[in-house]
Design a protein around this ligand. Structure first.
Ligand code: ZN
Length: 385
């Protein structure tokens, strides 16, 4: 991306790739390089919709653009099919880290569901170890180019399956070897976090943090269950918390009296109890703008990215972070998502810094490491300003 940003943000007239970024919501099985999928599929005897890297990349984006979360999730059949061996998992994890670093990410949490990678006989522990080895090789490869990146695994359970307890125990078992948090993912509607209540209790008893996909394909009930049953410290997307925010608009009467154009101005903002809890307690929202548009998560708020409630939530003081979700399916990088916000909402460098610091402070890191990350980001932005 070398195109310049519109006049609205003259201080951002440079490649946003150089900004240090924090990525909290990025799926390992949604961030493969098309060329890698093709090579691994050939070795695995798996048939793909195309064996041309460009055409395959387009196929993923078009399928994801259908507006249906179910079809969006179907694209993962192909990526998961090539991630069933130690070699496949290692390579995908290593390249994932290298691609994050190329995007300016300095700290990334990589989420994936080990239970989906057992088709060729590997155990849960073996797949976690293979991914960890790949992530560490990626960090080393990045270091060789003179840059730094830190990554951690978010061990995910599939919400339609019944392995929550087993996966929670797996995550805790690997807490000193790369696992930094727990998540549940997959079809949200109809599969409340309360299904995994015991697993979440186990995690809480072991003081192991959880983020929970909620408020994407389902609404406030799902978010409530994520917070109460899941004890979620962050919400995966969480965007539909905006359904618990009421804004009354009123006419600007002074402008009307002077014959000026009448603009609706915000009158009163009312937060429901759930929205108050999420905002006032600083529960981080892992917002993924392009993905939310593609899956229809924000369809209830209007058409187009300009209808995304992230700006309203951000202005109201919610703890908004910006993420990619699935870079392959959405055809985006975190840099692209930042550019989208600059173009859509006129965000400037201060906004991008605030959103990045929100993510750094919500990272599942020890305090000292979080403080070091915040300091690094602040210094890098100060050098740019
Ligand atoms: Zn996700």
């Amino acid at each position: 991306m070398t195109e310049t940003i519109p006049d609205a943000a003259p201080d951002l007239d440079f490649d946003l790739k150089v900004l240090p970024k924090v990525s909290l919501h990025d799926h390992l099985d949604g961030g493969l390089r098309p060329a890698t999928i093709i090579e691994l599929a050939e070795a695995a005897g798996h048939t793909l919709p195309s064996t041309d890297p460009v055409a395959l990349g387009e196929w993923f984006r078009e399928s994801a653009d259908s507006g249906s979360l179910v079809r969006y999730l179907e694209t993962f059949d192909h990526t998961i099919a090539v991630m069933q061996t130690k070699e496949g998992l290692f390579r995908v994890a290593k390249e994932f880290v290298e691609d994050l670093a190329d995007d300016g990410v300095v700290y990334g949490e990589v989420r994936w569901a080990p239970e989906q990678h057992l088709q060729k006989g590997l155990s849960l522990d073996e797949v976690v170890e293979a991914v960890q080895a790949g992530l560490e090789a990626g960090v080393d490869a990045v270091a060789e180019t003179g840059r730094d990146i830190q990554v951690g695994q978010l061990i995910t359970a599939m919400r339609h399956a019944d392995r929550g307890q087993e996966i929670a125990e797996l995550a805790v078992r690997h807490r000193n070897n790369g696992a930094v948090g727990f998540d549940i993912a997959g079809a949200e509607d109809g599969f409340l976090p309360s299904r995994f209540k015991d697993a979440f209790t186990y995690l809480a008893q072991h003081n192991f943090p959880a983020t929970v996909h909620a408020g994407e394909a389902a609404g406030l009930d799902s978010i409530q269950s994520a917070l109460v049953d899941g004890r979620a410290l962050r919400l995966g997307h969480g965007v539909r918390i905006a359904e618990d925010v009421t804004i009354e608009f009123e006419d600007d009467e002074d402008a009307d009296a002077q014959g000026d154009e009448v603009n609706d101005t915000i009158g009163m903002v009312t937060l429901g109890e759930l929205a108050s809890w999420v905002r006032d307690r600083g529960i981080a929202l892992e917002i993924c703008p392009s993905s939310n548009l593609q899956t229809g998560a924000i369809a209830g708020f209007g058409e187009g990215i300009e209808s995304h409630p992230l700006d309203m939530l951000y202005q109201l003081g919610f703890n908004v972070t910006i993420n990619t979700d699935n870079r392959l399916m959405s055809g985006v990088t975190l840099t692209d998502e930042f550019e989208l916000l600059v173009e859509t909402f006129d965000y400037d460098l201060d906004d991008l810094l605030e959103l990045t610091l929100n993510a750094a402070e919500a990272a599942f890191l020890p305090l000292e490491e979080k403080e070091a990350l915040v300091e690094y980001i602040n210094e890098a932005y100060a050098d740019l300003g």
